[in-house]
Write a protein that binds this ligand. Structure first.
Ligand SMILES: Cc1cc2nc3c(=O)[nH]c(=O)nc-3n(C[C@H](O)[C@H](O)[C@H](O)COP(=O)(O)OP(=O)(O)OC[C@H]3O[C@@H](n4cnc5c(N)ncnc54)[C@H](O)[C@@H]3O)c2cc1C
Length: 280
């Protein structure tokens, strides 16, 4: 396997043009896959020397995230406001400190692990993802980016060049709850929520489920149960029930394990929403 350390964006897209080159970002998934023999790219292009890729900027109402923004960045106060608070709430549940110090948000989106946190966050926020090849640049909404476990619409010659996360309005509380068997493992199930309260009632709600189907799940039925209601226990209970509805959310989940998954989704959604309320 050939190794190439790229120093410019153009070098990266030129290297990817052969369709048999893998991007090396944080290496926290790629190195394991290559070591285990699950992946055999002809070449690896290391993007770590490309300084331009480390950008993290707020423009208008969006946060622009470059290919070399590490998970760890979101543990700091690099991002302010309600979105920053939500990122900080979620990030500490990703792996453990060495993984967060190397792994990147765009790497996690590209890898599309069914139990990863960032793909669900990007989906419920309505993020946009820019893909760049030596031929063109295109933008894909996050809800159309993920096509299955470890599968996305990204073509082999494309770099995930930028993720744009919409900022959250003031008055938004965020919550996250997970069931995870061990510290260094992915979550078995998790729920995340961002709830905005205006004039005493819920004016907007985003609810996402991690590892509850082949693709990231946005629990729209739960969001609907929340909107327009006061943010009390009754609304939280109704939303948790709606999140656990098979027809609404868990139909893509294998039937034999569905009952346990439903129970986990119900409990974790309730906890995530309760935390969101406390964070207001
Ligand atoms: C023990 C362990 C526990 C973990 N726990 C969690 C967890 O709880 N939650 C979680 O979300 N993740 C977890 N991870 C995964 C971690 O978050 C990885 O960092 C992440 O999945 C991949 O990011 P990376 O930057 O390391 O990418 P890499 O490992 O470098 O790359 C991963 C894949 O994406 C491709 N790629 C990377 N960047 C780009 C890009 N910009 N454009 C195109 N393709 C790209 C690579 O070619 C490769 O196929 C865990 C990993 C380990 C080893």
């Amino acid at each position: 396997m050939e190794y190439l350390a790229a120093t410019s964006p153009g070098e990266v897209t030129a290297a990817l043009a052969d369709g048999d080159t893998a991007v090396l970002a944080g290496g926290q998934s790629l190195v394991l896959d290559v070591t285990n023999g699950d992946l055999r790219p002809g070449r690896v292009v290391d993007i770590n020397p490309v300084r331009e890729f480390a950008f993290l900027t707020e423009t208008g109402r969006v946060l622009r995230v470059g290919p070399l923004v590490r998970h760890r960045t979101f543990e700091t106060d690099a991002v302010g406001g309600a979105l920053g608070a939500m990122l900080r709430t979620i990030v500490r549940h990703i792996g453990h400190p060495p993984i967060r110090a190397r792994g990147t948000m765009p790497g996690s989106l590209s890898y599309a692990h069914p139990a990863a946190e960032w793909p669900v966050l990007a989906t419920i926020l309505g993020a946009e993802i820019d893909l760049v090849s030596h031929r063109e640049r295109r933008t894909v909404p996050a809800e159309r980016f993920f096509t299955g476990p470890y599968a996305t619409v990204r073509r082999p010659d494309e770099l995930l060049a930028e993720v744009r996360l919409p900022l959250l309005p003031a008055g938004t509380g965020a919550g996250f709850a997970e069931h995870r068997p061990a510290r260094a493992k992915f979550a078995e199930t998790a729920a995340m929520a961002a709830v905005t309260v205006t004039g005493g009632v819920i004016s907007a709600a985003l609810v996402g489920l991690v590892n509850a189907g082949p693709c990231p799940v946005r629990a729209r039925a739960a969001e609907k149960a929340l909107c327009g209601a006061p943010f009390g226990d009754a609304a939280i209970r109704a939303a948790a029930e709606a999140a656990a509805e098979v027809d609404a959310n868990l139909s893509g989940y294998p039937a034999p394990e569905r009952r346990g998954k439903q129970q986990a989704v119900r409990t974790l959604t309730r906890r995530a929403l309760t935390q969101a309320r406390e964070g207001l």
